[in-house]
Design a protein around this ligand. Structure first.
Ligand code: ZN
Length: 252
């Protein structure tokens, strides 16, 4: 059912679909449990189904908002509307002033007080981009003052998303690949690739995220929200100029 209007969704209806919002602590925790606990079932808390009338607004909101934020926005508006990325200069940390952003642009979004730096790149497979991001980990760890990069353990997991009478293996599913580890001081590192599949051949959308404790959060997705490629990189919590320089270097 559509999250906004409760319309029944037909899996064959190409207009509606699954939309994954920005991760928050709850969805990261959910994906971690889903990957670790055999038999864990359910629906990722950052993802929802939307009918053809509401999916464009949902995708627009998902670019900047977490699922609860997006639902508040969409239900308050009562109808389709873009989540505005207002043209405000975010209050970047003083040491970020003058940092070379490359093709990046600072973005701020009222009313949620969100700030980030965003880059648009040529479309690239989500797993390929995640590998590049992983290769920058030593530089990011150094930029954050966290010392050497620990070995990361990789887990992959498939969650079935039964809907409208379809059951595994004929229903949509979500494949999650997590590379996880901890810095010497215990700071958790999570690199995730999430592919929402309609079926084996058809990826509804893909996203990549990297969280280093509460120090760094990078989320990567595709602006039009479809397929296995990503083309938009968002650095939230750009805590230092050194971190910004690493990400800008990757994207260049
Ligand atoms: Zn709807």
């Amino acid at each position: 059912m559509c999250e906004i209007c409760d319309a029944d969704l037909d899996p064959a209806d190409v207009n509606g679909g699954l939309v994954t919002f920005q991760p928050d602590d709850r969805s990261r925790d959910w994906r971690r449990r889903a990957a670790e606990e055999p038999g864990f079932v359910g629906h990722p808390p950052d993802t929802g189904w939307f009918c053809g009338a509401h999916i464009d607004a949902a995708r627009a909101a998902a670019r900047t908002l977490t699922f609860p934020e997006g639902m508040r926005r969409l239900r308050t508006d009562g109808e389709a509307s873009d989540a505005p990325a207002l043209d405000l200069q975010p209050d970047l940390e003083p040491d970020l002033v003058g940092v070379e952003l490359g093709s990046g642009r600072p973005v701020a979004s009222d009313p949620f007080g969100l700030q980030w730096v965003e880059w648009t790149v040529t479309s690239i497979d989500a797993h390929t981009f995640a590998a590049s991001l992983r290769s920058t980990l030593p530089a990011l760890m150094e930029a954050l003052g966290l010392g050497s990069t620990p070995a990361l353990e990789q887990r992959t997991d498939r969650r079935w998303n039964p809907m409208d009478g379809t059951q595994p293996p004929w229903c949509p599913f979500t494949d999650t690949t997590v590379d996880a580890g901890s810095a010497a001081d215990g700071t958790p590192i999570d690199l995730e690739v999430v592919l929402n599949h309609w079926n084996d051949d058809d990826v509804a959308n893909a996203s990549v995220s990297l969280a280093i404790g509460d120090r760094l959060w990078i989320s990567v997705y595709r602006a039009d929200g479809s397929g296995r490629d990503v083309d938009t990189i968002r650095l939230r919590r750009p805590t230092t100029g050194a971190v910004l320089a690493v990400v800008a270097g990757l994207v260049r």
